[in-house]
Ligand binder design. Structure first.
Ligand code: ZN
Length: 379
């Protein structure tokens, strides 16, 4: 009997809807919630285990299953659960994948099954109302300590503002939604809910590092920022479809890490710098986190165009290059000049080359030519 039940379960895993984790899309899930009727991956099963009042999990391959539980799985499954628990997910809401941080995956699972936010849209107000205010811990620029700051997001003003004093009338900074990006960076911020917010000020990229102890609060802030970007873009590009706009709401960095670089004359010697690849912009900083106000600015930026535009990447340095301590060289060839880098390990070199190549293989969008032109005129 037990063998037949296992066979029936393994057969259910062959159904197309069950071939990927119901929550993060990871391939070949072999765990299941037998109270919700979904097949999930090992990693998501750990999150389900923390909400026992709605979800009870078992291994498809290792645990003992009762007949009624197998029948429940057969009559439900991932497609049916999606139709119920994801019935009203707003377009702008971030659906995490298996490569996203624990916070995003956990809050997605809790939003779906515990809070049932996508069955009852009135529960979506914290991120869909167009206005949000509250306190966040913000990393101070001078000493790196986190300080409690009031933040206000207002779609009507198209801005995220923060205040150094709770009763202050004038905000310390006004970040335009138009130029804003938010990406979770737990390791960099040093907190599992750490969020990096980037924005443009006087044409250069600035960063804020914030967190909230409560996971739901932090995920609500993130989705409120995405909602604000979505509504801004809907007005700015009236003909665009939701599918066109959703990828523009927030973006993760393609790659980050240390490399050594040399200056434009290539005689200055190589210096170790922290690099962030944000779409087509390769920025470098003295350190991953700014330790003084001047360090909050990128020291420099390189625009990475497309191969059609004459950009190339080579996993080597020109013969005879002097100076790098690190052995694994990279040359980026742009229409203007060559940029030379060195990585500490071969794995790092491979990842950076893949990140550059991926961007170069992508044809340029019309609006990206204007950005490229601005870079070309820089000294
Ligand atoms: Zn999963």
């Amino acid at each position: 009997m037990a063998r037949e039940r296992r066979g029936a379960l393994l057969e259910l895993l062959q159904r197309p809807g069950n071939a990927r984790c119901a929550d993060c899309g990871a391939p070949d899930p072999d765990w299941a919630s037998h109270t919700l009727g979904v097949f999930i991956c090992l990693s998501c099963s750990g999150i389900h285990r923390n909400i026992p009042q709605v979800s009870k999990v078992k291994s498809v391959r290792l645990d003992t299953w009762e007949e009624a539980q197998v029948e429940f799985m057969a009559s439900h499954g991932n497609d049916a659960a999606r139709a119920t628990y994801e019935a009203k997910v707003p377009s702008f809401y971030y659906r995490p994948t298996f490569s996203d941080c624990q916070l995003l995956r956990e809050q997605w699972i809790r939003a779906k099954y515990e809070r049932k936010e996508f069955i009852h849209p009135e529960k979506q107000e914290p991120y869909s109302a167009g206005y949000r205010e509250g306190l966040l811990w913000k990393r101070g620029r001078d000493n790196g300590q986190f300080l409690s700051r009031k933040f206000v997001l207002t779609e009507r003003e198209g801005a995220l503002k923060y205040f150094n004093k709770n009763d202050a009338k004038e905000p310390k900074a006004v970040l335009k939604i138009e130029h804003l990006n938010a990406t979770f960076q737990p390791a960099k911020v040093g907190h599992p809910h750490g969020l990096q917010i980037t924005y443009l000020k006087d044409n250069s990229t600035r960063n804020l590092f914030v967190y909230h102890e409560d996971g739901k609060e932090m995920a609500d802030w993130f989705n409120a920022l995405r909602a604000a970007r979505f509504h801004y873009l809907q007005v700015a590009f009236p003909g665009a479809s939701d599918a066109d706009l959703v990828p523009k709401l927030s973006r993760n960095y393609l790659k980050e890490g240390y490399m050594e670089k040399t200056g434009p004359k290539q005689t200055e010697g190589f210096r170790k710098r922290w690099f962030t690849m944000d779409d087509r912009r390769l920025m470098y900083f003295k350190d991953p986190l700014p330790v003084s106000p001047q360090d909050a600015f990128a020291r420099g930026e390189v625009f990475i165009g497309s191969k059609e535009g004459g950009y190339r990447v080579l996993a080597q340095l020109p013969p005879g290059t002097q100076g790098p301590r690190w052995a694994h060289g990279i040359t980026i060839v742009t229409p203007d000049r060559k940029f030379l880098f060195a990585c500490e390990t071969e794995a790092e070199q491979r990842e950076w080359v893949a990140a550059f190549q991926g961007v170069m293989d992508r044809p340029m969008l019309p609006q990206e030519y204007a950005v490229e032109a601005r870079f070309k005129h820089k000294p």
